[in-house]
Design a protein around this ligand. Structure first.
Ligand SMILES: [Zn+2]
Length: 414
């Protein structure tokens, strides 16, 4: 596994080597590494997923890094394939172009631009656009379709080159990249290089305090390296000549925030919410290990409850399926050790039907199976979507089926 996983020695934000393991999570395979029937007898490696907290700045992070070439070069998912995301980005472009008075011909740079869905909306507003994305095929197609895209990871060196060719950017956008990039200091350096003195950098990441409060520890997976909070991040930006001046919280991915950053000394006045959120983090003890010890206790109590329930129904000879095959499901199945207690998985995404789940190789079947094979018990692994899933399959319950929802506390629907 030498080229597969490497181990980081220092904090991604402040470079300290003073870490505490705050959230042990059992190793799991790469969450979206589904395989076809021809590969289901080949083993897939389990990779550590533990979270560590830097004792100097408080940043929570994964230190075992899967080679990013393996995760991102052959990326398949295209933003434009999701009608919901396209609409989200249309609104995003409108909000930001209006909110910051972006003039026509301004340069808009997106890091992790995928197929150019967001940049296209800025292009329609007569802006100059530039994408950067390491997924080779997606980047090539984006460029061909009129959204120039550098097929690579964003670095300070690349930023300097773009600056030389096109001048400074009025707007830099990054969604997910701030959670997924290992070399964050270099990314920040690049942003400080390319950003216009009056420009804005906007990014969106999931919020550490929401991960705790909303119980979504299953959003921890190998692509996701940083679990951001405001205090460490704000000091990190300052160190790189940048200023986090505003934050908007939102509900996506179990709780996220959008951060707005300018160059130090830029024209925007800092909004009160920045200090308020830092004060709340201090009050809750988010930058100390104790809050995670309590969190782990609650997570393990739920694990005991679902395992006890499954042991009981297994002893009764009942069949058990799992509902959900998204990225969060691998973490949940491995951390809760459910993988050998399920017969197969059910998912609504037809692209996954007939494939086998990462590592434990459970077959993914369509939800029609609820009425054909009629499993006795279905564990809702995609528990955040339990209401719509159960609502859609009332007939399965009427026929005698049972849904079990493992989190945030065990609930049986029959
Ligand atoms: Zn640190």
């Amino acid at each position: 596994m030498a080229n597969y996983v490497s181990r980081r020695k220092s904090c991604r934000l402040c470079d300290s080597e003073n870490f505490i393991l705050v959230m042990p999570i059992l190793p799991s395979p790469i969450a979206d590494a589904f395989v076809g029937a021809d590969k289901k007898d080949l083993p897939q490696p389990l990779i550590p997923l533990d979270l560590y907290q830097c004792q100097d700045c408080g940043h929570v992070q994964n230190l075992d890094i899967v080679n990013p070439d393996l995760l991102f070069r052959d990326y398949i998912f295209r933003t434009s394939s999701s009608a919901g995301l396209v609409e989200h980005f249309r609104k995003y472009a409108d909000d930001i172009a209006t909110g910051f008075n972006l003039a026509p011909k301004s340069l808009v740079l997106e890091i992790g631009s995928n197929d150019g869905t967001l940049l296209r909306f800025f292009k329609e507003k007569d802006m100059r656009v530039q994408g950067v994305d390491p997924a080779l095929e997606i980047a090539r197609q984006a460029s061909e379709s009129g959204i120039p895209t550098v097929p690579d990871f964003f670095t300070a060196e690349l930023a300097a080159k773009i600056l030389q060719d096109q001048g400074p950017a009025k707007l830099v956008v990054a969604n997910n990249v701030f959670a997924h990039a290992d070399q964050l200091a270099d990314v920040a350096k690049g942003i400080a290089t390319i950003l216009d003195q009056g420009g804005v950098f906007v990014f969106e990441v999931s919020y550490l305090l929401d991960i705790i409060d909303n119980f979504v520890f299953d959003t921890v997976y190998h692509e996701h390296l940083s679990y951001h909070s405001i205090d460490p991040l704000s000091r990190f930006f300052s160190k790189h000549g940048l200023h986090l001046f505003d934050i908007q919280k939102n509900l996506s991915k179990g709780g996220s925030f959008r951060g707005f950053v300018q160059k130090t000394g830029g024209p925007q006045k800092e909004k009160q919410i920045v200090r308020e959120m830092i004060a709340e983090e201090t009050k809750r003890g988010l930058h100390r290990p104790k809050i995670f010890q309590d969190y782990e206790q609650r997570i393990l109590a739920c694990k005991d409850a679902i395992l006890e329930f499954l042991d009981k129904v297994r002893k009764q000879g009942k069949s058990v399926a799992g509902y959900g095959a998204s990225t969060t499901v691998a973490t949940l199945m491995y951390h809760y050790e459910l993988f050998d207690k399920l017969d197969y998985l059910i998912d609504d995404n037809s692209m996954k039907h007939g494939l086998y789940s990462p590592g434990c190789h459970l077959e993914v079947k369509p939800s029609s199976i609820l009425y054909e094979e009629k499993p006795d018990v279905v564990v809702v692994l995609a528990w955040q979507y339990a209401s719509p899933i159960v609502g859609k399959h009332e007939r399965y319950i009427k026929n005698g089926g049972q849904f079990v929802i493992p989190l945030p506390q065990l609930k049986v629907v029959q």
